[in-house]
Design a protein around this ligand. Structure first.
Ligand code: ZN
Length: 299
């Protein structure tokens, strides 16, 4: 697994060489980026790999040089986790990160009952306990098979039928409540994993953005978690295909647990042409209805 960092900022086209020289000085060798002109400025989006030689501390120093020497501020940052083919082949579990490179995979909650409490008084993250079935406008699912509703996965009838046919195990279904127009209404089911995985290995990569507020002391806000990584012994005897992670994730406001699926589930999705096989966010196959599964790593 490689950690890549993309920087996004604008420069005057004439200063491109100087910018590249500053990167080179920090041991980061980038090509002249594709320049996309907007007005008089050109956007500059180098992507490079972080490793033992180029650490995030180097990058934080690089940002200071870019600011002091060239007046470049407000640098956008984006991390990518790039897995090798063998990591895809060997993984027995996958984290489902997306069911489409499109905002339509997200549906709004339309009045589910939750009991809400504050989890962290420093950053204000809140915990919520679900007290009723999810309430959504099921007509918005259209021909999608799995949509995301405030931290939960909701499956279409067809996907549920396939999961039963293929003996996918380890989950409960809770039918959602429809709220919206009658036209296009359809049955849909929240997938609730029955098991929680053991805690991740302490070797999991944890990152933060040098250009933003430092991480909160709760260890959640401002922290970018790397891929899920487990001690092999802790999960060899697991049975079933659907799991919650032990660690909290959050959407900036509320906590939720990520759902992980077995290799068998991922293969079922690809075999039935629900999604093409996608390997990473930058894969050309990652279209509006393709699913992004990241392999779970082992130590
Ligand atoms: Zn916090």
């Amino acid at each position: 697994m490689k950690v890549e960092l993309e920087n996004l900022f604008s420069i005057d086209e004439s200063s491109q060489d100087q910018v590249i020289k500053v990167y080179n000085r920090y041991g980061i060798f980038i090509d002249a980026p594709e320049i996309r002109k907007r007005n008089l400025k050109a956007s500059f989006n180098p992507i490079f790999t972080l490793n033992e030689d180029v650490t995030y501390e180097h990058v934080a120093d690089l940002y200071k040089s870019l600011e002091h020497e060239l007046g470049i501020v407000s640098i956008g940052e984006r991390f990518y986790f790039d897995f090798s083919d063998s990591e895809y082949e060997q993984a027995s579990l996958f984290t489902l990160n997306s069911t489409g490179n499109s905002p339509e995979m997200f549906l709004d909650d339309r009045g589910t009952l939750f009991s809400i409490s504050t989890y962290c008084h420093h950053c204000g993250l809140m915990e919520k306990e679900q007290l009723s079935p999810l309430v959504i406008d099921t007509s918005k699912i259209e021909d999608r098979h799995l949509v995301h509703v405030s931290g939960f996965w909701v499956a279409s009838e067809r996907l549920v039928t396939l999961m039963k046919q293929e003996s996918i195990e380890g989950y409960d279904l809770l039918e959602v409540i429809h709220q919206g127009p009658e036209r296009g209404r359809q049955p849909a089911y929240q997938i609730i994993p029955k098991q929680i995985l053991p805690t991740c290995s302490s070797e999991r990569v944890k990152l933060y953005f040098a250009t933003e507020q430092p991480p909160c002391r709760c260890g959640l806000s401002g922290v970018i978690n790397g891929p899920d990584i487990y001690n092999r012994n802790a999960i060899t005897n697991l049975k079933g295909d659907v799991f919650f992670s032990a660690e909290w994730s959050h959407d900036g406001r509320y906590l939720y647990r990520k759902t992980l699926f077995s290799r068998k589930f991922r293969e079922l999705i690809i075999k039935n042409n629900i999604s093409r096989e996608v390997k990473g966010e930058k894969d050309r196959n990652f279209g509006p209805k393709d699913w992004l599964f990241d392999p779970v790593l082992f130590k």
